[in-house]
Design a protein around this ligand. Structure first.
Ligand code: PEP
Length: 245
C-alpha cells in the first residue's frame, strides 16, 4: 500500500492507429472514479500522429498527453522527418520523453539530449528524462558512473529542474521481462535522488501487473514509465490499482 503521489506514464512507442484511441475509454472511466486519483497522474505518450486526436479525446479528463521525442531546434527548419517541441506543444502535448535508450541506440548523444531538454523546457513542456545502463555496463559494474555521466551531461547548465522528471530505465530491462533486484533498485534510485535532490525518479523496464507487487514495495520510486503493458488498458489499470492495494 502506498499513499505517495505516483506517476503512471504510458509509452506507446511506434504502436497505435486512430482506432487504438477507443481503448482509452476504459482507463478514463476507471481513473475518473479511482479513489486515489488525487495522488496519481496518468500521462499517455503516443506516437506523434495521435497526439492531437488523443488530446481532444482526453480534454475533459484528468489524464494528460506527452510526446516521445523532439528535435533540438526551437525554430522551423529543413529537418526532414523531425518535429520540434513547440510543434508538439501546439497539438496538445504537455510532456516529452527525452533520452530514451531506443533513441540513444540510434546515436542520440548526451550532448544532443541536453539540447533537446533545453528546447522542451523553453517550449513549456515538462520533460521525462530517461537514463539507464546497458547489460554490458552492468556486468562491468559501472552503472553509477554511467548514470552520473548521463545526468551531468544531460542536465548541463539547466538550473531550474522543477519541470524535469527522471525515468531510470536499465536498458537490459526494457521489453525483456527482467527487472532489477529490489535492494539494487532502491540503491540506484537513492543514488539518482542524492545527485538531484527534489527530483522525482520513476522506474521503467518491463513493469507489468505481475511484478508491480515487488516494485511497489520499493519506497523511493515515484512512479513508472510503462511500455508494452501500457498498450493494454486492462494491464495498465491493473498496474495502477495494484500500486495502491
Ligand atoms: C519503455 O520503453 O520505456 C519501457 C519501459 O518499455 P517496457 O515496459 O515494454 O519494458
Amino acid at each position: 500500500m502506498t499513499n505517495k503521489y505516483m506517476y503512471f506514464i504510458a509509452n506507446w512507442k511506434m504502436f497505435g492507429g486512430l482506432n487504438s484511441l477507443n481503448s482509452l475509454h476504459k482507463v478514463v472511466k476507471f481513473f475518473k472514479n479511482f479513489k486515489n486519483n488525487k495522488f496519481s497522474k496518468i500521462i499517455y505518450c503516443p506516437p506523434n500522429t495521435l497526439i492531437r486526436p488523443m488530446s481532444k479525446k482526453l480534454k475533459f479528463t484528468n489524464i494528460e498527453v506527452g510526446a516521445q521525442n523532439c528535435h533540438e531546434n526551437l525554430s522551423y527548419g529543413a529537418f526532414t522527418g523531425s518535429v520540434n517541441s513547440k510543434m508538439l506543444k501546439s497539438v496538445g502535448a504537455k510532456y516529452v520523453i527525452i533520452g530514451h535508450s531506443e533513441n540513444r541506440q540510434e546515436g542520440e548523444t548526451n550532448k544532443l539530449i541536453n539540447l533537446k531538454i533545453k528546447s522542451a523546457l523553453n517550449s513549456n513542456l515538462k520533460v521525462i528524462f530517461c537514463i539507464g545502463e546497458t547489460q554490458k555496463e552492468k556486468r562491468k559494474k559501472i552503472t553509477k558512473q554511467i548514470l552520473n555521466k548521463q545526468l551531468s551531461l544531460g542536465l548541463h547548465k539547466i538550473r531550474n529542474k522543477k519541470n524535469i522528471i527522471i525515468a531510470y530505465e536499465p536498458v537490459w530491462s526494457i521489453g525483456t521481462g527482467l527487472i532489477p533486484k529490489s535492494k539494487q533498485l532502491f540503491e540506484t534510485i537513492s543514488f539518482i535522488k542524492n545527485k538531484n535532490k527534489s527530483l522525482k525518479v520513476l522506474y521503467g523496464g518491463s513493469v507489468n501487473p505481475k511484478n508491480i507487487d515487488q516494485l511497489k514495495s520499493i519506497s523511493n520510486i515515484d512512479g513508472y514509465l510503462i511500455g508494452g503493458a501500457s498498450q493494454d488498458s486492462k494491464k495498465f489499470i491493473d498496474i495502477i490499482k495494484k500500486t495502491y492495494n
